[in-house]
Design a binder for this molecule. Structure first.
Ligand code: P6P
Length: 336
């Protein structure tokens, strides 16, 4: 009989990975786990309760906020605030970083950046969405108020990153810098059970994920790479398959499992790219590198080496199988 290993048991078994955490990171993950279960419940019955559709407000990105965006943001914030280990949160749904009532959590040693509900415009059409999170140790002294510098750290300083994908099943996939592991939620017993140990992205793949509706606005090198993906060549499995869900977590997760590349280039509409560095690109880059893949914003520019200057700054993202990212980089460099 296959024994279930829960997320909690897995973290405790691997406590030695972060010896100085003295259980704080365990507590932080417990908060994420709780919020993910709550969101799973709401998303799975979204059509039945008045929680789908637009909330009538716009977020700091000027994007139409969906009711579940706000619900997700509130529940992740509350869960992370409860345990005292997180001193501040940066969120796609919050213009500024969030600290807590004056004296609360000042001793927290971690800050969390998150996209509480990525791809939320897909909710109304029952397409997978996700939560993305990124964890750093604070720079400011414990016991003092958190500062913006605590959030504006390069991605290679992350102590943990992961996502929850609310799809045909709900999964939590994360890394603390010692590989990537996936846990599937079993709602009948209320646990995340280890289902995808030691995830490694295939070196090559036959899937490319990009919004080809923006093709005419892409840089020349990206255009040439997309045409390369579409040309016949049996030796390289081309033409590749185009798969684009419009939900970063879903497209990333499929490519992580099967092999592939996800591209969000610059365009006339998004001159710096659309995706946000701190709570979309960095966590995905941390995960893919832990899984043997690559994530760049430009040839030779690791996402994880970008020095952030603003909480909601955007950057181009090319992420996935290492050989595919390298091939794309060749096309971009040749075009430049
Ligand atoms: P487009 C969702 O809004 C998101 O941030 C990612 O989840 C997704 O990959 C991308 O934007 C989709 O953007 O412009 O193709 O609709």
């Amino acid at each position: 009989m296959k024994m279930i290993k829960t997320l909690g048991e897995f973290i405790l078994d691997n406590q030695k990975e972060y010896p100085d955490a003295s259980g704080e990171l365990t507590s932080l993950f417990s908060s994420i786990r709780l919020a993910a279960k709550i969101l799973h419940r709401q998303i799975n019955k979204a059509g039945l309760v008045d929680i789908t559709g637009a909330a009538g407000a716009e977020n700091v990105q000027g994007e139409q906020q969906q009711k579940l965006d706000i619900y997700a943001n509130e529940h992740f914030k509350n869960a992370l605030a409860q345990r005292g280990v997180v001193c501040g949160i940066g969120s796609e749904e919050e213009e500024e970083y969030v600290t807590f009532e004056e004296t609360k959590n000042l001793d927290g040693r971690y800050v969390v950046l998150m996209d509480p509900l990525d791809g939320s415009s897909n909710i109304d059409v029952n397409v997978s969405v996700g939560t993305i999170f990124s964890v750093y140790q604070r720079i400011s002294p414990v016991g003092t108020k958190v500062t913006e510098a605590d959030f504006l750290q390069p991605g290679h300083k992350q102590v943990a990153a992961g996502y929850v994908i609310y799809g045909s099943s709900t999964m939590l996939v994360y890394s603390t810098g010692n590989g990537v592991n996936g846990f599937t939620y079993d709602s009948t017993i209320g646990v995340f059970a280890l289902s995808h140990p030691n995830l490694m992205v295939p070196e090559d793949g036959a899937i490319y994920s990009v919004n080809e509706g923006n093709y005419v606005h892409f840089p020349e090198g990206v255009k040439k790479y997309i045409k390369y993906c579409q040309e016949e060549d049996e030796s390289t499995q081309r033409p590749y398959t185009s798969r684009y869900i419009g939900s970063l977590v879903s497209d990333f997760h499929r490519n992580l499992i099967k092999g592939g590349i996800y591209l969000y280039p610059t365009s006339s509409r998004y001159p710096d790219g659309k995706l946000r560095l701190l709570y979309e690109c960095n966590p995905m880059a941390f995960l893919i590198e832990q899984a043997g893949g690559k994530a760049i914003s430009y040839p030779g520019k690791r996402i994880l080496d970008i020095e952030p200057t603003k909480l909601h700054q955007r950057c181009p993202l090319f992420v996935g199988s290492p050989n595919m990212v390298d091939k794309l980089a060749q096309f971009i460099e040749a075009a430049d």
